[in-house]
Design a protein around this ligand. Structure first.
Ligand SMILES: [Zn+2]
Length: 433
């Protein structure tokens, strides 16, 4: 074969040769790429197992957990600075430091209901308080901060720059008090307070009828741009059920102590509440309310309040917890002894209130548990019983002695206060019309 012929032959097979070359190089490239990838993975694995990297990863993730926590406490009946601070998980030394700082300060030595306390807690190493703020009133706070290597707190008063306004609203109840009030722009806290005040004499699930109406005068606190940031006290309230007015007047009967009285100076407080539950949350279905417990209807010895699971339940009067445990058909039960003649029972609770144990003393209005459906129950509700001299009685027909009546000088003061509120009311009404 001549050279020419050989070249011609190669030329004939050149496509074939190129194809083989291409396949070969593709295999080669893929192989090296894989090898490289395996090496990279190996390297990464080795690095991840590296103890130093591991420890720094741990440090990074632990730093991602918040170091500071913020706690807001709203003062409840029966609270003391001691009970509040003992609820925080901090060192003994810190608790003492807190108590020393607050008890010596005349601005805040008396705790007021609904007063707010804010804590900033440092969780790193030994848990301690960084600073705390106590509300003096709606316009002023007192701020405490640590100095001298955490050995003392210094305080300063901070103006909140809020303006107080008085609001008046009236509405008609179509589905529930809560919805009617919310539609008018009343803040939930005010609605809950309204229901709590009437909870002494009204059963919110049975005594409220469609087209019943209410009026309310209350304080609001607005910031510079005019939005409501906080609500204050209810000054006056009226609940009209079945054409009967139930009026409440706010009155400061002692310095820093307020309560509500009807137009004849009678306190609305009673030994026991008719609605020992957050009444605002109850949906009143106006008469056609179905019985939550099947089969119990015949010998039903209490009152049922159908309410969403988790709705707070209050002690209906002062007393001592005599039972806080499982009681069979009643599920989780709390029983309170109020005095020698009255006891109350709360059944089907989803859980017990904080610190609610046998032998513990409770105040009226204190949260003792939450609505649930434990035991013999077909849906979340509170089963409430009143026992009078050992006999179960109808809590809703119970005639309790009326609260204390203002007398003498205090009564005169109340009458003046009442006139002022009535004048305020007519002024507010004339502004709307
Ligand atoms: Zn029941």
């Amino acid at each position: 074969m001549t050279i020419k012929k050989k070249i011609k032959l190669i030329g004939q097979y050149s496509y074939f040769i190129w194809l083989i070359f291409l396949i070969f190089s593709t295999v080669l490239v893929t192989y090296f790429y894989d090898l490289n990838k395996k090496n990279q993975i190996n390297y990464l694995n080795r690095s991840l197992k590296n103890i130093y990297l591991n420890s720094s990863l741990k440090r990074i993730t632990s730093e991602l957990k918040p170091r500071y926590i913020y706690i807001e406490h709203k003062v409840k009946e029966g609270d003391t600075y001691e009970s509040i601070i003992n609820n925080l998980n901090i060192q003994k030394k810190e608790k003492k430091l807190f108590l020393n700082s607050v008890t010596n300060n005349k601005n805040i030595n008396i705790l007021k209901l609904n007063q707010k306390i804010f804590f900033k807690i440092d969780k790193k190493n030994n848990t301690k308080i960084v600073n705390f703020t106590i509300e003096i009133d709606k316009k002023k706070n007192i701020f405490f901060e640590k100095i001298d290597n955490d050995e003392t707190f210094v305080s300063k008063i901070i103006e909140k720059n809020l303006t107080k306004t008085i609001a008046f609203q009236e509405g008609i109840i179509k589905s529930s008090l809560y919805n009617a009030a919310l539609k008018l722009g009343i803040k939930p806290n005010t609605i809950v307070e309204f229901a709590r005040l009437y909870g002494f004499q009204i059963d919110f699930q049975r005594d409220i009828w469609k087209n019943d109406s209410f009026q309310i005068i209350y304080e609001e606190f607005k910031n510079e741009d005019g939005s409501v940031v906080e609500v204050g006290n209810i000054i006056y309230a009226n609940l009209n059920t079945q054409n009967t007015d139930l009026q409440l007047y706010k009155f400061e009967y002692e310095k820093n102590k307020i309560d509500y009285f009807d137009e004849s100076g009678k306190s609305i407080r009673k030994t026991l509440m008719k609605t020992p539950i957050n009444g605002a949350r109850l949906s009143s279905s106006f008469g056609k309310r179905k019985h939550p417990i099947l089969g119990f209807t015949k010998m039903h010895t209490g009152t049922d309040f159908a309410a969403p699971k988790g709705t707070p339940i209050m002690a209906s009067g002062h007393g001592i917890v005599v039972k806080s445990s499982w009681c069979g058909g009643g599920g989780n039960c709390v029983k309170i002894k109020h005095n020698s003649s009255y006891q109350t029972v709360y059944a089907h609770l989803s859980k017990f209130g904080r610190g609610i144990k046998k032998g513990v003393r409770v105040k009226q209005g204190q949260i003792i548990g939450y609505v649930g459906s434990t035991g013999l129950s077909t849906g979340p509700h509170l089963h409430y019983e009143v026992i009078e001299n050992g006999r179960k009685i109808n809590s809703q027909k119970l005639k309790l002695p009326s609260g204390k009546i203002l007398k003498g000088n205090l009564r005169k003061k109340f009458e003046v206060n009442k006139i002022k509120i009535d004048v305020l009311k007519s002024e507010l009404i004339s502004k709307i019309n």
